[in-house]
Design a protein around this ligand. Structure first.
Ligand SMILES: [Mn+2]
Length: 296
């Protein structure tokens, strides 16, 4: 008896179908990486994450004995972008995202979260935000570029796409100007630095997240650089002292029952990856998110 081994299944996330009909959650790649401040290359992220995801197709998640493929899910392919044009690409991403009720996107640099949140806010108003990252990403601009991967949540807050009082950032540790930190706190954002994750427990961090976001609609934005470079070397702006993959996965598993309405997994930068470590971490985090909704 033969069969299709994991490494040979179709090149979609978890090898799933591409037709979005009746899918509860749709997956899309967004190969946009021209608004970064350091290394580029996350345009190759969607491809690498899909490739790595094929390790996850041969069983249930033992945390809850569920398989995201039973949701069901569909991988609708990559969004179109306007090559070399930031704002035109953001408009295109928003337009394409608005066609889906529950979308999980594979980045791409973090800038893509802005049009994704614009699409959501047009339907639902301001949402809560769970934001894993090494960086606040609340600079008003990056070296004069207004829409870039380090300014995404400045704009999300000032455009009223998220409710900053229902926004929590986890894993923060990069160098930052004091006024940027103070501005972020003054908006009402809760900041948990990486050390506070290390000196706490996943259960306590998950409870803190629940306390901040409550029961209203909440979006999850996961920058892979929230993880330590030993856990995710393939990223554009690495910062040491970050989360271990197990910590992030353990926190994520404990978010069952929250009103989660979408997710992005951004900043996986395959040219700097080693042995697919970062792509597999990204795929596994998305897999854990999806199993929160799957049936047993
Ligand atoms: Mn980021």
């Amino acid at each position: 008896m033969g069969g299709t081994p994991t490494f040979a299944i179709p090149h979609a996330f978890l090898g799933t179908r591409t037709d979005p009909k009746d899918a509860k959650v749709c997956i899309a790649g967004v190969p946009f990486d021209i608004a970064v401040t350091n290394r580029s290359g996350s345009r190759f992220g969607p491809h690498a994450i899909r490739h790595a995801s094929r390790m996850l197709v041969d069983g249930d998640n033992p945390a809850n004995w569920r398989d995201p493929l039973h949701l069901p899910i569909a991988d609708v392919g990559d969004f179109q972008i306007a090559l070399g044009k930031i704002e035109e690409s953001l408009d295109l991403i928003e337009k394409q995202a608005s066609a889906y009720d529950h979308l999980v996107t594979l980045g791409g640099d973090h800038t893509i979260a802005l049009p994704l949140l614009r699409a959501i806010a047009k339907k639902r108003g301001p949402v809560g935000l769970i934001h894993f990252d090494a960086h606040l990403d609340t600079w008003p601009d990056n070296f004069g570029t207004v829409f870039a991967h380090g300014s995404v949540f400045y704009h999300a807050i000032t455009e009223g796409l998220v409710d900053p009082k229902r926004m929590i950032q986890i894993g923060i540790r990069s160098p930052v100007q004091r006024e940027i930190w103070d501005w972020t706190k003054a908006q009402g954002v809760t900041i948990l630095d990486a050390e506070s994750v290390h000196t706490s427990t996943p259960a306590a961090i998950a409870q803190k997240i629940r306390d901040v976001v409550g029961s209203q609609p909440t979006y999850l934005s996961f920058d892979i650089d929230a993880l330590d470079p030993s856990q995710a070397p393939g990223t554009g702006t690495p910062e040491v002292g970050g989360l271990f993959t197990w910590q992030a996965m353990s926190i994520l598993k404990k978010l069952e029952g929250l009103n989660l309405i979408g997710m992005d997994l951004v900043e996986v930068c395959p040219p700097y990856d080693i042995a697919e470590i970062s792509a597999l971490a990204g795929a596994s985090l998305v897999w854990n998110y999806l199993t929160l909704f799957a049936k047993g």
